[in-house]
Design a protein around this ligand. Structure first.
Ligand code: SAM
Ligand code: SF4
Length: 342
C-alpha cells in the first residue's frame, strides 16, 4: 500500500539485465555494463523474495522480465520452483522471443501461465534496424511455438518509432488478428540508455489510433479496465468505400498511453530489478536494496517491512508529460528499461 491508497498486487521481477537484442529505444548498440553473476539474484533468492511478496504482502500476479529472461540458463528451474511454492499464482513472462521455439514446451511444462512477446516489425530489414540483430525469423518461430504449446492467450507488445516502423501499425494488427494474438502498442518512454527520446518524436496513443483507423474501426472494449495499463478496443475491418465498420469483430487491440495518458493513479506494480532492488515505479530515482539486506541475514519479517516501507513512498505520478508541452520537471532515470525490468 502506498500513501495514495494504491495496492501493489502485481509484481514485475527481472531475472537478468542481459539481452541478445539491442532495441534502439532500450539499449545502446554496444550493450551495457552487465551485472556480475554474483550481483544477480540466485534462483533460491528469487523464490524467497517472491514468497515474501505473495505470502505476506498481497502480491497476486507475477511477471518475469529482464533484460531477456530466456538468456538465463536456469529459467525453467526458477519457474518450476516458483510453481511448486505457489500452485495458483499466475506467472507470466515478457520476452523478445529469441530462442523461445526451443524452450516453449519446457516452460509450459514447468508451470509458466502465459507469455507476452515483443515484436515491432514484420519486415526483416526494419526489424534488424530496430533491434540491431537479424533475428526476425527466430522471433516468429518462438511466437508460433508458444502458441502451439498453449502459452496463451498470447499478447504481442509493439513500440512504434517515427519514420522507422510507424507505417507498419495496421499491418502488425492485421497479422496479430489473423493469428488470434492480442496486440498492444506501447508509447515509447524515455527509458533508452542513449537518452535519445524526445516528446516531439514519439508516436502518441492518438496517432496510433489514427494509424490503425485507416484500415480498422476501433470501438472501446466495454469490459472494465480493472487497473490494466492498456486501453482496449474491439476491432473490425473498415469498409474503404463507405468508411464504416464492416464484418464481425476480429479481436482486441490495446494502446498503452504511458506518456500521454498515464495510468499512475491506478498503478498496481512493484518491481524487483535483477540485482534485487525494489523500484516502486519505473521512474523512481530511489531504490531499496532488498537483496543486500537478505544477504546480510535479515529474516522474512524484516524484509517484508522494508518492502512495505519502500512501496509507501511510491511517487504519485511520473510527470513525463505536461499536456504535450514537454516535461519541465521530469528527469530521466539513470537506468534503461532493460536494467529495470520492463
Ligand atoms: N527483453 C524482453 C522484451 O523485450 O520483451 C523483456 C524486457 S523489455 C525491457 C520489456 C518491454 O519493454 C518490451 O515490450 C519493450 O518493447 C518495452 N520497452 C523497452 N524500452 C521501452 C521504451 N523506451 N518505451 C516503451 N517500451 C519500452
Ligand atoms: Fe532487449 Fe527487451 Fe530491451 Fe529489446 S526491449 S533491448 S529485447 S531488453
Amino acid at each position: 500500500m502506498d500513501r495514495f491508497g494504491r495496492q501493489a498486487t502485481d509484481m514485475r521481477l527481472s531475472v537478468t539485465d542481459k539481452c541478445n537484442l539491442r532495441c534502439t529505444y532500450c539499449m545502446p548498440a554496444e550493450g551495457l555494463q552487465w551485472l556480475s553473476k554474483q550481483a544477480v539474484m540466485t534462483a533460491g533468492e528469487i523464490v524467497r523474495i517472491v514468497g515474501i511478496g505473495v505470502e505476506r504482502l498481497g502480491v497476486r500476479e507475477l511477471r518475469l522480465t529482464g533484460g531477456e529472461p530466456l538468456v538465463r540458463p536456469d529459467l525453467a528451474a526458477i519457474i518450476a520452483a516458483l510453481r511448486e511454492h505457489h500452485p495458483d499464482l499466475p506467472i507470466s513472462m515478457t520476452t523478445n522471443g529469441v530462442g523461445l521455439d526451443r524452450k516453449a514446451q519446457a516452460l509450459k511444462e514447468t508451470g509458466l501461465t502465459r507469455i507476452n512477446v515483443s515484436l515491432d516489425s514484420l519486415h526483416e530489414e526494419t526489424f534488424t534496424r530496430l533491434t540491431r540483430r537479424p533475428f526476425l525469423s527466430k522471433v516468429l518461430a518462438g511466437v508460433e511455438a508458444a502458441r502451439a504449446v498453449g502459452l496463451g492467450p498470447l499478447k504481442i507488445n509493439a513500440v512504434l518509432m517515427r519514420g522507422i516502423n510507424d507505417h507498419e501499425a495496421a499491418g502488425l494488427l492485421a497479422w496479430a488478428l489473423e493469428h488470434g494474438f492480442e496486440l498492444r502498442f506501447i508509447e515509447q518512454m524515455p527509458l533508452d540508455a542513449d537518452h535519445g527520446w524526445t516528446r516531439r518524436a514519439m508516436i502518441t496513443a492518438d496517432e496510433i489510433h489514427g494509424l490503425l483507423s485507416q484500415e480498422f474501426c476501433l470501438r472501446p472494449d466495454p469490459r472494465a479496465r480493472d487497473g490494466a495499463p492498456a486501453a482496449r478496443f474491439q476491432v473490425r475491418r473498415r469498409d474503404p468505400a463507405r468508411g464504416e465498420a464492416t464484418g464481425p469483430v476480429l479481436g482486441t487491440a490495446g494502446i498503452i498511453a504511458s506518456v500521454t495518458e498515464p495510468f499512475c493513479s491506478d498503478c498496481r506494480r512493484t518491481r524487483i530489478t535483477a540485482e534485487g532492488k525494489i523500484m516502486s515505479c519505473l521512474f523512481s530515482r530511489e531504490e531499496f536494496d532488498l537483496l543486500g539486506l537478505l544477504r546480510e541475514g535479515a529474516d522474512d519479517d524484516e524484509l517484508a517491512v522494508r518492502w512495505q516501507d519502500a512501496m509507501w513512498v511510491k511517487p504519485r505520478a511520473h510527470g513525463m508529460d505536461h499536456g504535450g508541452l514537454g516535461a519541465a520537471d521530469f528527469i530521466q532515470p539513470d537506468r534503461s528499461m532493460s536494467a529495470i525490468g520492463g
